[in-house]
Write a protein that binds this ligand. Structure first.
Ligand code: ADP
Ligand code: MG
Length: 495
């Protein structure tokens, strides 16, 4: 039995350790990866957008500029174009050179059969030769076009072509080309700076998130430690609660749980030791009687009968203790959910009085119940449990009252409650013991209470039952000696 319990404890502790351990280690990692992924995606999208916008602006700005120049050249050439002009004419070169002077743009003018009339790149020696590009074809078809392409050397070029119109006819086209390596260079260096910037940001955020995740998860290590100790039955450690956030609230909750568990554990230990002690007394009595019977030489029948009678009393006592312990366990396990039904409180008190009258009469004690002419409606209670509570209190009152005295039971309706008070003329209960008498196995006068058959459990049972109904049970001094026990139960009067 012991080994099984130990093994189960060990297992559950290892389980908790593993569960917490994996959550803990993966929590830090997950937080870090999540932060970095979010930042990385944001940065990549942002950079792509910035680079896209920049290239768009630079390229399209340049293209617009070149188209304007080509249109100017086209308009000027259109005026000077003579029908007899075939190849290069000085006017062409002057016009084109004037327009493109001071730029790196190459200008080419072709007629409708793609024969070069003018080329600012003198080294190419294309004058009079055929020179054809896709953009030219579109321009001779009447469109203004722009294009970005690679030339034969792999250099990036932006090219535009516009038609030359004269008298409504297309007579040739102006083709302009410019290397945009410088624009690409600007874009590339901007992109490189952005990449460096992004890497720096990532490193910074990475370090920050490692710090953050450490700050967030390190209290979890304390939680794990405390939880592991709890699983081993050690409730001594508490979380050092700092600040006012969710983590500190969790720490407070765990500390509260520890307090509750340790007080429960303390109660459980006390209960077990008290219960064993209580059971030991009658058992020792039985053992003594048995031993005396066994060792008696020639015991006569009367003696045997007397011994057996004593033994029967001890067994009764044992039974009483066990029954009450069972009642208490039942109340504990049912907690705050009794078997509620509509009940008649007068009937309940009447029944208690009827049951206990013979016992009271045997001690010449007079039991009297006064309902003050109040018409009570049904009260929502677990009848058996409240019956047991009232019974225990009246039973005590009879037990601890002097012979020939009175016991008054009063039933009064109050502010949303019913008060059942039981007044006796007994010895009363000292101030300092008024809380303790409701504890399990507590007895004011041990020997006397035991003589009267007391188990010290009656008031504990009564209190558990009343608390489960959301009520309370109190005791106070009575004028002229004795004590008043009052049970207060929630009651909404709907007659
Ligand atoms: N009406 C009373 N007058 C004086 N003492 C009382 C009265 N009711 C209870 N007590 C004291 O409270 C103790 C606890 O009561 P209870 O739990 O009913 O146990 P018991 O089995 O001894 O009756 C009793 O042992 C007794 O000392
Ligand atoms: Mg009692």
């Amino acid at each position: 039995m012991v080994t099984i319990t130990a093994r189960t404890k060990k297992k559950s502790s290892a389980k908790i350790k593993n569960a917490f351990g994996s959550v803990f280690s993966s929590m830090r990692f997950t937080m870090l990866i999540t932060y970095l992924a979010v930042i990385l995606i944001t940065l990549v999208l942002m950079c792509a957008y910035v680079i896209g916008l920049l290239s768009e602006n630079l390229y399209s700005g340049e293209a617009v500029d070149m188209l304007a120049k080509a249109n100017t050249i086209s308009a000027m050439l259109s005026e000077n174009w003579e029908p007899d002009i075939t190849v290069s004419d000085a006017r062409f070169s002057d016009t084109v050179d004037n327009c493109l002077g001071g730029t790196n743009i190459r200008g080419v003018v072709v007629n409708t059969s793609y024969t070069v009339m003018c080329d600012t790149n003198k080294e190419a020696q294309l004058i009079g030769k055929v020179f054809m590009r896709d953009v030219m074809r579109s321009a001779l078809g009447g469109e203004q076009v722009e294009n970005i392409s690679d030339d034969e050397t792999g250099m990036k070029l932006i090219t535009v072509a516009v038609p030359i119109n004269r008298d409504g006819n297309i007579i040739g086209c102006v083709y302009l080309a410019e290397s945009i390596e410088n624009i690409s260079g600007t874009i590339k260096s901007t992109r490189n700076s952005l990449i460096v910037f992004c890497v720096l940001i990532l490193v910074l955020i990475g370090m920050l998130s490692i710090g953050m995740s450490y700050i967030i998860t390190s209290p979890v290590e304390d939680f794990i430690d405390v939880a592991q100790r709890i699983s081993r039955g050690d409730f001594s450690k508490r979380i050092d609660v700092r600040g006012h956030n969710e983590i500190s609230q969790m720490g407070e909750a765990l500390n509260f749980m520890c307090d509750e568990l340790s007080s429960l554990e303390e109660k459980r230990r006390k209960f077990v030791s008290d219960a064993s002690h209580e059971l030991k007394t009658p058992m020792a009595g039985i053992k003594l009687i048995c031993d005396s019977l066994v060792s008696a030489e020639n015991p006569d029948m009367d003696m045997v009968k007397e011994f057996l009678g004593d033994m029967s009393d001890e067994v009764d006592r044992l039974t009483r203790i066990v029954e009450r312990l069972l009642a208490l366990t039942k109340l504990d396990s049912e907690g705050t959910a009794p078997d509620i039904e509509d009940a008649d409180i007068k009937l309940l008190v009447d029944e208690v009085v009827r049951k206990l009258n013979p016992i009271a009469a045997a001690r010449s004690v007079v039991l009297g119940a006064d309902y003050h002419d109040i018409e009570f409606g049904p009260i929502r209670i677990d009848y058996d449990k409240i019956y047991e509570a009232v019974y225990n209190i009246v039973d005590n009152a009879i037990k601890y009252s002097p012979e020939g005295s009175n016991i008054n039971i009063d039933l009064i309706e109050g502010n949303g409650v019913i008060n059942i008070s039981v007044r006796d003329y007994g010895p009363g209960i000292p101030e300092e013991a008024r809380e303790k008498i409701f504890e399990r196995f507590y007895r004011l006068d041990d020997s006397r209470a035991r003589d009267t058959g007391g188990t010290g459990l009656g008031l504990a049972i009564a209190r558990e039952a009343v608390l489960a109904h959301g009520g309370e049970i109190t005791v106070s001094d009575a004028d002229g000696g004795g004590s008043i026990f009052t049970i207060t139960l929630p009651y909404s009067n709907k007659k």
